[in-house]
Design a protein around this ligand. Structure first.
Ligand code: G3P
Length: 219
């Protein structure tokens, strides 16, 4: 499974990339706003920190505008930048054209299996169903991942399912159990997945005892 970071904060990306297990980064217009930085400048920096796919989102609402932005991003930014496109009819048309041009895409804001299938049919490299935002409406976002994976299993679909809007470690673990290809998470969830109070307590004990071994001249 691919582990992506969902942020435009380069300090966070450097920190998690140093762990050696970061496969890619996703951004969106809200995350770019939060970074307070120039869009292309920050995406370029991210793409130089992490060699995996870096999603940069188009903001035009029409197909021609999306294509123009996508081609410009591809020409100006590092090779590993891929194009994030909203799941609209205009976005679907743009996805098909970009796929035919050999440009990788991530179709975002997916809230139903039918949307995921339409994006896959257009040749999307990734589809991004938003789990947490479905949970926010009082429904279970994980059911969407289960339904998409079940549907994918009936066909030879190469589009990867990129679980997004992940709010807690259990979301992530359930995505893995369901066979999602990729998950994008905030840095906080990477840290929650990695830490355990008993690891910290155990290490403290080992270090305390080792200090006594050293003090006794036995190290
Ligand atoms: O990449 C977009 C997605 O992960 C957004 O998450 O927490 O804003 O619903 P959230």
């Amino acid at each position: 499974m691919e582990f992506f970071l969902d942020t435009a904060d380069v300090d966070e990306i450097r920190e998690i990339a140093a762990w050696g297990i970061l496969d890619g980064v996703t951004t969106n217009p809200s995350l770019i706003k939060k970074s307070g930085r120039d869009f292309k400048e920050v995406v370029r920096e991210i793409a130089n920190i992490c060699s995996g796919p870096i999603s940069a989102e188009v903001t035009a609402m029409d197909t021609a505008g999306m294509l123009q932005q996508a081609r410009q991003l591809k020409s100006e930014l590092p090779e590993n930048v891929i194009i994030k496109i909203p799941c609209t009819p205009e976005g679907l048309a743009a996805t098909k054209v970009l796929t035919d041009e050999g440009i990788d895409t991530n179709v975002t804001l997916i809230f139903s299996t039918s949307q995921a299938l339409m994006a896959a049919k257009a040749g999307a490299t990734y589809v991004s169903p938003f789990i947490g935002r479905i949970d926010d409406t009082g429904h279970d976002g994980m059911n969407l991942i289960a339904e998409i994976m079940e549907t994918w299993s009936k066909y030879d679909i190469t589009t990867k399912v990129l679980a997004a809007s992940i709010r807690h470690p259990t979301h992530m673990l359930q995505c893995m159990q369901l066979g999602a290809h990729t998950a994008t998470m905030p840095a906080k969830i990477f840290k929650q997945l990695m830490t355990h109070p008993l690891t910290d307590r155990g290490l403290e004990g080992f270090m305390r005892d080792w200090a006594e071994v050293e003090a006794a001249g036995n190290a």
